[in-house]
Structures are given as C-alpha cells and as structure tokens.
Design a protein around this ligand. Structure first.
Ligand SMILES: Cc1cc2nc3c(=O)[nH]c(=O)nc-3n(C[C@H](O)[C@H](O)[C@H](O)COP(=O)(O)OP(=O)(O)OC[C@H]3O[C@@H](n4cnc5c(N)ncnc54)[C@H](O)[C@@H]3O)c2cc1C
Length: 256
C-alpha cells in the first residue's frame, strides 16, 4: 500500500488560523474498553483551563519509529477539568504509531498535544440530528450524544466490525442508535451509504454530522445534498483514509 504524508494545510492568502494552545500531557493509565478500542487517561498541569466542545479533538505529537513525531488527531472523549484528566479512545486498527503507542502507554509516559480544534460539534439550532460514523468516530458521536438536550431528536448510525465494538450510550434525548456490523475491516465501501439512503429525512431543519473514512463521508454528503439538505446543515470531516498518514480531509474540497 502506498503511504503518503499529509500535505501542509492550505488557507486563503492573508488568512491565518489562530495558534492552538499547547498541552504537555502525562499518561495516568490505560485499559482496553473492548478488543479494538483502548482508552488512555492523561493528566496535565493546566488541563483545568482546557475548554472544548464534545466532538473536538487534540493534535497529538505521536512518537514515530524513526525517533521523530507525527501529528495525529484524537477526539477528547471525556474531560474532568477539576481532576485535570482527559480520556482518549484509540482504535487499534493495526501496526501503526498511535495504536502501538496506546497499547504500550504506561503511567508516566509523556506526550504533547495542541488544540482543541474541530468544527463537527452540536448545532443547537437544528430540529433533528443525524450522526454517521465508523469506529474512529465513536468518541465524538457518544460525546455529543451525552450533551444533547432532552428535547432534541436524533439518529446515530455507527459502523463497526462486530458486536464487540459496541459501547454503552448515555443520552437524555430520544436518539435511535444503530450499531451497523460490517463483519470485517473498515474502509471505502457503500455499506453505510446504503443505510443512509434508506433513511427518510424528517421534517424540519436537521443537522447531519458525517465523519469517518474520507471517501465514505464524501459519498454520504453528496447523498444528503442531493436530497435537499443545505451545505450549512452538514458538518463533514474525513478522519482517515487508506494510505494517508495522520491529518484529516476537508470534505468540501477536492481530495488531497
Ligand atoms: C478530528 C479527528 C478526530 C479523530 N478522533 C479519533 C479518535 O478519537 N479515535 C481514533 O481511534 N481515531 C480518531 N481519528 C482518526 C485517527 O486520527 C486516524 O485513524 C489516524 O490516522 C491514526 O493514526 P495511526 O498512527 O494509528 O495511523 P497512521 O500512521 O496515520 O496511518 C497508518 C496506516 O493506517 C491507516 N489507517 C489510519 N487509520 C485507520 C483506521 N481507523 N482503520 C484502518 N486503517 C487506518 C492509514 O491509512 C495508513 O495506511 C480522528 C481523526 C480526526 C481527523
């Protein structure tokens, strides 16, 4: 398989992203929450000052085999500001820097992070909410479900390999959560698109949160646009794709 490094982010001339705050983090503990997901708990002296919205991520400076570090995006699954602790859930998708780091993470190990970042966050103006994602999106989707107000109506379609990837869901709102079992490894496919196509869009103004493998997210977005949803009603981000190392894909743009 060809592996490409993520390109430098492109921005319109004159535009400048505000610098992300840096956090020096230390591993407190790690445990498998199921066979393919490992939770690492980290602490940091100033984590009480970290303000984030569920669904947002940190850019970790992941140690690489050659002694350098590479940028990897990971969702803040949970943050306890008073205790200065946060949880990150790592998908163990194979022999990769982040998976290996999470497998080996021992108390006292350090890692630097920047953030928070990310625009796939709860839209309070929407009448209904549609969440679509694969394993890498479970921390984001479950985090947003936890803050949905009780009057919100929602649906969550979560693609997993098999039933062992399921997790308990905490949500005050009436949300239909479907765990869709592929029965094999993830990647580009029409598996989720077919489920999405059979979903009748409810009346009112909804918001769709489409995250996961880039080509899948792109196809899902096209489907919803073709069915009349406006671009502003869709938050979409490619979390990974075969051959890509770290980074993320803006779905509105052409693939890098
Ligand atoms: C905003 C955002 C939030 C994210 N949150 C999370 C999160 O909370 N938990 C999480 O586990 N991931 C999350 N991801 C996805 C994660 O950043 C990528 O999967 C990342 O590439 C993993 O780094 P790595 O070191 O394991 O593999 P890399 O070194 O980046 O890649 C090595 C190889 O593995 C492939 N690969 C990468 N990810 C996967 C995968 N999931 N399945 C199969 N093959 C893969 C690559 O295409 C490449 O060929 C998030 C991504 C974004 C953009």
């Amino acid at each position: 398989m060809t592996v490409t490094n993520p390109p430098a982010p492109t921005m319109a001339p004159g535009m400048r992203r505000p610098p992300m705050r840096l956090w020096s983090l230390e591993v407190v503990g790690a445990r498998d929450i199921n066979p393919r997901m490992r939770r690492v708990t980290l602490t940091g002296a100033d984590l009480n000052e970290l303000d984030h919205k569920p669904g947002q991520d940190l850019v970790l400076q992941m140690p690489l085999a050659d002694g350098t570090t590479g940028r990897r995006h990971y969702t803040i699954r949970d943050l306890d500001k008073a205790a200065k602790r946060l949880d990150i859930d790592f998908v163990l998708h194979g022999d990769s820097p982040s998976g290996n780091w999470a497998r080996d993470a021992k108390p006292g190990a350090r890692i630097d992070a920047a953030g928070p970042r990310g625009r796939v966050v709860f839209d309070p103006a929407a009448d209904w909410h549609l969440f679509v994602g694969d394993e890498t999106c479970i921390p984001g989707i479950l985090g947003i479900l936890e803050i949905l107000p009780s009057h919100a109506r929602g649906w969550a379609f979560i693609e997993i390999a098999d039933a062992s990837d399921r997790q308990p869901v905490t949500c005050k709102a009436p949300v239909d959560v479907e765990w869709l079992e592929r029965g094999g490894p993830g990647g580009p496919s029409d598996f989720m698109l077919k489920r999405l196509q059979s979903f009748q869009l409810p009346p009112g103004t909804g918001h769709a949160y489409l995250i996961g493998e880039t080509s899948n997210v792109r196809a899902q977005r096209h489907d919803l646009l073709a069915r009349g949803m406006a671009k502003e009603q869709i938050s979409a981000e490619g979390y990974w794709r075969p051959g890509r190392v770290g980074g993320h894909d803006h779905i509105e743009e052409r693939p890098h």
